[in-house]
Design a protein around this ligand. Sequence first.
Ligand code: UD1
Length: 341
Amino acid sequence: MKVIVTGGTGYIGSHTIVDLIQHGFDVVCIDNLSRSSTYALAGIEKITGKTIPFYRIDLCDANATHDVLSAHQDAVGIIHFAALKSVPESVAAPLLYYKNNLESLVNILESIEKLGIPNFVFSSSCSVYGNADVLPVTENTPIKNAESPYAHTKQIGEDIIRNFSKRYPAQASILLRYFNPIGAHPSAHIGEIPIDKPNNLVPYITQTAIGKLEQLCVYGNDYNTRDGSCIRDYIHVCDIAHAHTLALQYLVNKRNDSNCEVFNLGSGIGVSVKEAIDAFEKVSLQKLNYVIGERRAGDVAAVYADNTNATTQLGWQCQYSLDDAMLSAWNWEKKMQELQL
Ligand code: UD1
């Protein structure tokens, strides 16, 4: 069975391609390489022994998108990762985010409409919940105002797919809301390659530990949480990746109850920034240079998932712990240094 993966050279996309290949899928990869490199393709090949067809196109180009999808209209589905994902960048350049993330989505759906590729899996985010009143968040937790243009593009993207699904009952979609993906493939052949200075906690930790960055700042220790730092739901990227394979199999086998379903992808465990640092120090045997600083604008105090839907419907179970994820992130950071990535 063939599957088309957009954003396949990116962080979650590349790990998902490995998981799909290991579960018998033939993968076609699309990426414009604006935030990633073909290094990921080499890593995928090292892990799986497979060379996959790769198209460097921009999905904002409707004709190019249609040409590639037409050449693979026998695919059972499309997994759509390609998008810009930096919260601060989206605040600085909102129109870039609306244009890139939404135009590409509409172009793909237009082609799906014409070609009838039956199944679609969309990368959404826990940021669609905004500042939730009750924790853990379930898929039915009310959607509040988006805290950033990035989060807003995910809310709008979900709405576009919901309305598309109402109009085309034969098309099936799944919206996967990721919590905080971290870590790297245990082989250290693929992982996240941050461009410029990282925004996210774990690459910041590993880059500080290896000496690329001088010091980590913990954004606030006066939150109403058990140790005063923010709480998030960190989840190993390989666990997130496998959920995509399960979601696609679920649609292909027509186990879905409706033609547009939503799943939270989080471990269900809330971890504070300080606990994340402790876990890193324990598994890496490194002492991290960090200070406590001011709160970061736009941060919520705590968010973590109720993942019952994904475990019961998709049969998904997390295989990796926080310690596993931190160790893999550290091994990947050392590998990047070795390769001068
Ligand atoms: C945010 C988005 C998430 C998105 C992700 C991708 C929200 C609510 N969440 O996650 O949807 O997928 O970005 O970029 O918008 N921290 C520090 N020091 C640092 C960096 C981070 O203390 O140098 C803390 C943050 O305050 C936060 C935690 O670490 O409490 C995690 O931060 P981060 O990795 O940036 O992810 P989110 O902001 O949770």
